[in-house]
Design a protein around this ligand. Sequence first.
Ligand code: MG
Ligand code: MG
Length: 253
Amino acid sequence: MGSAIILKSPAELVIMREANQIVAATLKMLEERIAPGQTTLQLDQWAEEFASGHGAEMAFKGYRGFPGSLCVSLNDQVVHGIPSKKVVVKEGDIVSIDFGVKYKGYYGDSAVTVAVGRIPARVQELLQVTRESLYKGIEQVRVGNRINDVSKAVQQHVEAHGFSVVRQFVGHGIGTSLHEPPEIPNYSRREQTPRLLPGMVLAIEPMVNMGTYDVKVLADGWTVVTRDRAPSAHYEHSVAVTDDGPMILSESV
Ligand code: MG
Ligand code: MG
């Protein structure tokens, strides 16, 4: 990543909204269909079929060699799970689905964690608090605030509920590249972070663990799991900074 944060014009934001709406509709379709007995490869194929049908290119497939169109991360997997015909979704799982597309030259990126059937109350709370923390972060997307205001809001909400935020992976700017400056950690930093300006687009993505925030990457080179193998949740929206406040481009309408 370079250091300059690229500002988008209102016309570019219109296209970025279209890209992100394809992502939102894809995630909604998957949420409705996901059920015990499906393989994670099936979810990947549905995502690709649906988004391609809407004129989008896959953002993740081939990105640094990632083999899938969808990241599917189960239970103690944090992010970057590889879709596989050997991995079957079962009752009681939590499934993080992270999806990205390129549309008319611009990227969309969003993620949700879905419960499959009944899950323990504390795991349900993990999902709810992670989703809430994303919105606490989004509330801070105001001209004049700094990136660290977003980070701090996410971290405070998560830790107030006894969960932890992953340090090793962070959110990012997004535009004509999937990952642009600035980095958006989910924890507060001491150093000065950039001020928010109209036209910035931020992919804010809390990754929240039930236990330790420490993670490791599996031997496949992609799948990130919690070090203590406790569950983890992930929610993400692509959000534009405007003079009227945050514009959530990937919110399903
Ligand atoms: Mg994502
Ligand atoms: Mg992202």
